[in-house]
Write a protein that binds this ligand. Sequence first.
Ligand code: BGC
Length: 898
Amino acid sequence: MPVYPPFDLRVEYLKEPQLIEIPRPRFFWKLKSDIRSDQQTAYQIIVASERAFCEQEVGDYWDSGKVSSQETTHIPYGGEEFLSCQNYFWRVRWWNTSGQVSPYSDIAVFGTGFMGSSKFRANWITMADPETYAGPVTVLLGQNEPPDVQCLGIYLRKEFKSRGRVTRAMIYISGLGHYRLYLNGQRIGDRALDPGWSDYNKVALYSAYEVTDLIREQNAVGVVLGNGRHLQKYGYGQPRLLFRMEIYYEKGGLDIITSDESWRVSGGPVRENGIYYGENYDARLEQPGWAEPGFDDSGWKKAVAVSGPQPAAQNIPPIRITERLKPVSIRSADGGRYVFDFGRNISGWARLKVSGPAGSQVQLRYGELVQPDGRLNQATCDRARATDIYILKGEGQEIYEPNFTYHGFRYVELEGFPGRPDGETLEACFIHSDVGRCGRFESSSELLNRIHDCCLTSFRSNLMSIPTDCPQRDERQGWLGDVLATAEAASCNFDLAAFYTHFLNLIRQAQKEDGSLPDFVPPYNPAVYPADPAWGSAYISLCWHLFRFYGDRDILRKHFQSLKNYIEFLKQKATGNLQLTLGKYGDWCQPGSLVPKKTPLELVATWFYYHDVRIFAEICRLVGRKEESKEYAELAEKIKTAFNRAFLEENQYKALRQGPVDRFPDQTANLLPLLLDLVPEDRTEEVLKSLLDALTIRHDYHLDTGVIGTRFLFEVLNKFGLQDVALKIVLQDSYPGWGYMVKEGATSLWERWEKLTGQGMNSHNHAMFGSVDAWFYRGLAGLEPLEPGWRVFQVKPYPGLDEIRCSLVTVQGEIMLSWKKTAAEFSLSLAVPVGARARLTFPPLWPSCAIRESGTLFWEKGNFVAEDPGLGITLAELDHRPVFWVESGSYEFLMEKA
Ligand code: BGC
């Protein structure tokens, strides 16, 4: 049998990253084998400075030699010190269980940024006295933010000559708020809204582009800058550029071009521009050839050097257009307006195709909704202007896409269009951080599939270099409660390891000296300190998630001290081991209200205190800090006692009562303690009964939970084997629930359980209630990691539907699982990645059954009857239940009623 070479090579979770800046980056690969139970027994990695060396299987930087190991993830580099700004080439091979070695993998490349003490040397530059406009006044936590002065688009250019044949040319660039880069008239790369957002008092992210093939004898670089979030009101000031280009010649030597005062600057066609504002573009102001050599820039001004933040390598997948949508309908309204419906509520912008006389002004207004009469309803955009304006230059067909904004929209109202628009006039461009897809889920329930689609659309719309709350109104911030709610569900569908690793760095940067964290990151407004404990918990929860889901132990060590500082902050804020002062949002957005009317803020805040301390005690243990582990475990016990003393009343946990007749148990208040075994053992049954009463009798199988309760409800129902209740809740199509949203025409998830169409807090594209999607994988399909990184995982289907097909690419490899149920048969296909094993529990469908794998009988009348050890299946439990260990390989199971 062939031994296949490793594939899907990654460095620090990324495919061929260009800006590795750590001395010992970690390597990952995946394996494929036709042999059941196969495993890696050894590997060999080579890293070379030239592709040719790698081709000849020579690792001049590192040859690991044959290393006995089963690990295929997080393997730290162990070779020579890397140089700055270079490419390195690597490949890997493996030995299988029978000792055969594979061919080497294909060659993968990665680049380095500025290593060790070397620095990104260049000056931040900008335009002196650019034209400005008054940005919109936004509102945060009920308060007007300061008014803002923003700049019109700033254009910068620089010419240079090259000296002979170029072997490699690289550009390193950061432009704040965002930039667009051109070389010799050509736009470079397809990144949108680059670089990603950060706190510019701390760092500015930068990106790298290889431009070797574009260098000529005479060259010109052009850069356009927009405001993004580099705003005066956040304390930053006007846009600025940091640029460095390295050109290596065949005959040896190197030229370096950096941003400095020799650059020329000017205004241009990009006028007012802002994330919330939209963009005004006057094509009559275009200066043809401005980014090409030989352009007459005598009318341009000299750039000025300014101060700016530390650059830091950006190691996340870029934001770019990932999908283009055609309109599903165009409706004409009065006043020469047309409303385009793109069928789905997404994040991005519309691309305009137009021809007409110079000076015609075309306006695009974006919105999530329309009025009953078909006119655009922009109310949910709140204070975001969400409008793009294009002024024609009048030279035949013109195509326009904005550069420095994005919108949350399903509808676009077009006004001032010369002539009659058609299906080609506008195209919706879906933009977001282009993280790869890693999971697929489909079931026999059409409603469930549509809920799943809504979840996916809202996850995508809210990956904008940071996880945001919504894409349409004047917020779009990295609210921590929202990422806490969705991280697991989003990770079942998208490859978020690098994205969250990066976001954790931003969270750490946002931590204050007293250990406190903000409610959103980057903390663009100081009013968000200190965080509600439910929001602040995102820090430790995301670290823990990276450990469990991706098997990343290093993340625990890396953030250890900052996590400890946060826990200590909480401890210092506690009163008698309770969190009575930090809660602000709690179980935010319960049915009928923003601020929870039913669940006490103190209960949720104290629960998160316990949650975080408990996880921290576990982290201490994992990183070998035994004493601290004991200390925090003891603290957790104290919190538990205080929690029950303060909130446990007879058979249920405390709720805020609406009036004297309201004695019903609260769902969230009861489910949270049940999840973490906070309930005293002898009371568990009663509390669970109270919760079930609340779910099934009082609310007729509807939830009554907000962001936090909803996030954990399904875990609790899973824990107590109540999948039937969970499924009934999910499949409701009456208020409140996901089915209700779908029935009311949602194509993405709402912020509120209510259908609200006026102004206020009622976005129609909020990811947070997408937490339920994790239950589709975990509860219905039955997939769950039993060991960090899916090395060992559970397969425990809940056959409440007829059929499910799903797959999940984990760091260990791809798990494929589908099952189908009929009256007398349950068939299940399962693929377990090389090196992993699954604990498969067949559902108790019939009192007696027979189970075959590809025709081979191995279970009959409650007994394991397999004879062939090569089958890859062994019995996992001895109590006559069909629970098995399944080793790597592909399996076709058939369970039949006996
Ligand atoms: C956001 C939420 C966020 C919340 C804090 C809202 O304005 O949209 O998703 O978590 O504020 O309570």
